[in-house]
Design a protein around this ligand. Sequence first.
Ligand SMILES: Nc1nc2c(c(=O)[nH]1)N[C@H]1C(S)=C(S)[C@@H](COP(=O)(O)OP(=O)(O)OC[C@H]3O[C@@H](n4cnc5c(=O)[nH]c(N)nc54)[C@H](O)[C@@H]3O)O[C@H]1N2
Ligand SMILES: Nc1nc2c(c(=O)[nH]1)N[C@H]1C(S)=C(S)[C@@H](COP(=O)(O)OP(=O)(O)OC[C@H]3O[C@@H](n4cnc5c(=O)[nH]c(N)nc54)[C@H](O)[C@@H]3O)O[C@H]1N2
Ligand code: SF4
Ligand SMILES: [Mo]
Length: 741
Amino acid sequence: MARPPLPIPELVHSYGPHAMRVPAGGWNTIGEPDKLVKTHCCFCGQQCGIQLKVKDNKVVGLEPWEDFPFNQGKLCPKGVKRYMQNEHIDRLTTPLENAGAGAGFRPISWDAALDRTVGEIRRIQQSYGNDAFAILTGASLTNEKAYLMGKFARVAVRTANIDYNGRLCMVSAGAASKKIFGIDRSANPWSDIPKAKVVIVAGSNIAECSPITTEYLWQARENGAKLIVLDPRMTPIARTCDLFIPVRSGGDIGVFNGILHIMVKRGWIARDFIAAHTIGWAEVEKSLEKYTPEYSAKLAGVPAQMIIEAAEMWGPAPTSFLMHARGIEHHSKGVQNCMAAINLVLASGRIGREGCGYAMITGQGNGQGAREQGQKCEQLPGMRDIENPEHRKYIAGVWGVPEESIPHKGLSAVPLVEAIHAGKIKGLLLLCFNPMVSLPNQQFIGEALEKLEYFAVIDFFMSETARYADVVLPGSLMEEDEGTTTSVEGRVIHHQKAVDPPPGAREDWRIICDVAKRLGAGEKFSFSSPREIFEELRVASRGGISDYYGISWERIDQEKGVFWPCPSADHPGTPRLYENGRFAHPDGKAHFQVVEWRPAAEEPDEQYPIVLTTGRVVSQFLSGTQTRRIGALLDQYPEPRCEIHPRLAEKLGIKNDDFVTVESRRGALTVRAMVVKTIRPDTVFVPYHWPSERAANNCTIRAIDPISNIPEFKICAVRVSKAQRPTNAMAALAAEAGGIS
Ligand SMILES: Nc1nc2c(c(=O)[nH]1)N[C@H]1C(S)=C(S)[C@@H](COP(=O)(O)OP(=O)(O)OC[C@H]3O[C@@H](n4cnc5c(=O)[nH]c(N)nc54)[C@H](O)[C@@H]3O)O[C@H]1N2
Ligand SMILES: Nc1nc2c(c(=O)[nH]1)N[C@H]1C(S)=C(S)[C@@H](COP(=O)(O)OP(=O)(O)OC[C@H]3O[C@@H](n4cnc5c(=O)[nH]c(N)nc54)[C@H](O)[C@@H]3O)O[C@H]1N2
Ligand code: SF4
Ligand SMILES: [Mo]
């Protein structure tokens, strides 16, 4: 049943304060607030503390929350403006149904929308089997909602096919950490960073994507630390570092293994630590023989001298910290990249003590917690394994269901969408995910969504993906509900409710419980508040890797967050993992992994000679549904631009501000060029926050890592040419007017 989506409008009409339902006079001028609510920013994984000003049940501004330890009152441009979405005129306030034949959406009642959804789940499952109805969720959801979604899929819908957008984000890092350390969490609190004497930042644009972490790096430098950055672009933090390694996208294993090779040669390996606390080093050491500086430099696309200098900084240092993000993780060898980074940390023996550590920088607001509570296709709560009989038995007991009734491992996000395209999955419920911006190879994703027999979306805005839906249900923003998230440090924190959802919208968890009731699973979903869900989550996580059993909302408020694992009420929580050299595998050892470099799924060639890499800018967030609606943020970065080096630009006859078409074997995008010396001349960069003609993901490739199943967002082959004018009519108009497009 092909159902063409509604056209995607540009968001220019919702630009500026007139887009808010506020009285004339603006946001901060409507008198003293009724209350200040201490809570957290809803955007990135830093989860900064913030105080929301509330007046007449509306969020009208913010105050810093200076005694929250992580950010101490500091916020980035997104945190400062996030309150403006709460009263945004685009908020969905009634369920909508696609009227068909291009006639748009029409409002329907909640009862009609929920009944239709339940009817379609039943029809599809009766016709094609339980797994033909799938669920996609997100890591911006609270722990309570993430837990609820995993249970909802397995107990109410009884499908194996649930996965989440963290699959696009943190899974390579998670899989690598699990293999080596036995646990999937950053190893240290951020307070260890300033105590390190050398810091490696690999594949992370810290200043734009984890802005508050910049402060920790600066403190480290003030204390005398050397900073090494690996990135094909000279990002803002790279401009201030001691050694910038402009690695070719996909070349990081060359740098990591190259440094290790030199450490072996110069005697900088922590042999006592390795003997006492690890296994597998002998095989790694052997595998490093061929990673001479020259060979490594060739893989990394940088001079050998840089790798030698990096080894000289890192090798003999007394304390150190290594952190990475999506730059090394968004690869079809993402897990290998991360394991090579961790090998470097382990071989130095500098982990599990003050000033010595390792972190993967979580991305989404609840990037950490949402990957622990059982909404991944292979997972049960507490980071349990859905194929492990003991784990299944424990969770079946918590849920009060027979163990056999819990489905087994389902499909992860990209294969799940491929199964929709192949006609194997016929129905989809999607909460907190916008694949029509964020998944690679957009044309394919659109074709898949059009094939669904039934598609329901829960969102607070009409996302590009929701435009493909049969039914759209208006959900809630973070500040309209209560719950916990787990920050980049592994700190479980409390989001307080500031206001009610607007009339007509409902809290996400209520919608899900209502569907579960209508499916006949009411007694398992009789929660009357997120706190009740948290109480069940605590028990479900008990004895698991991510053990929250000792955490209560009261403790979180009193202690300004509690770090997991925290197995009992009298346990202090665990800010620093692996103290005393004990790792989380049953043998207590860390397991070194041999890592060999391999090429990307698509390397440049004669036809498509340039590397395209993609990522973010500071003032936009993820698929942009939220930040492209906030005028002040759009002012800062109104349109995506293609970063291109002057040498490459000259060769292609491209000048700054020209429109360029970037084209891969899968699709193309047309945006303005930004000619900058801060990018490798063999690479172009396009931020991915925009849809349709300007979507970076028109070009990217659907290749995934075989272990983590993360897509290869950070490298594909393209050609670039000067374009006459954008194909998008709105963009063309705006361009002519010299304004935003
Ligand atoms: N402003 C803003 N902040 C955000 C977000 C946002 O959308 N906007 N999103 C949040 C989320 S969900 C995430 S996942 C994080 C992402 O945070 P980051 O990972 O820091 O951001 P990215 O821009 O995806 O990529 C980081 C860098 O990787 C580089 N890179 C590309 N290929 C390679 C490579 O092969 N090797 C190396 N070493 N570097 C490479 C890019 O040039 C880029 O500078 O940010 C979070 N914070
Ligand atoms: N080319 C390229 N593509 C990428 C990346 C890249 O670097 N390059 N990065 C990838 C990464 S790291 C990520 S994390 C993904 C993110 O990609 P997505 O997950 O698709 O992006 P979001 O903008 O978070 O989409 C979430 C949707 O849910 C809604 N939403 C947010 N919070 C809530 C909530 O609490 N309740 C409800 N009901 N709805 C909510 C938002 O309005 C939005 O429509 O993109 C990936 N795609
Ligand atoms: S750094 Fe992240 S959590 Fe902090 S204010 Fe910015 S977007 Fe929000
Ligand atoms: Mo992410």
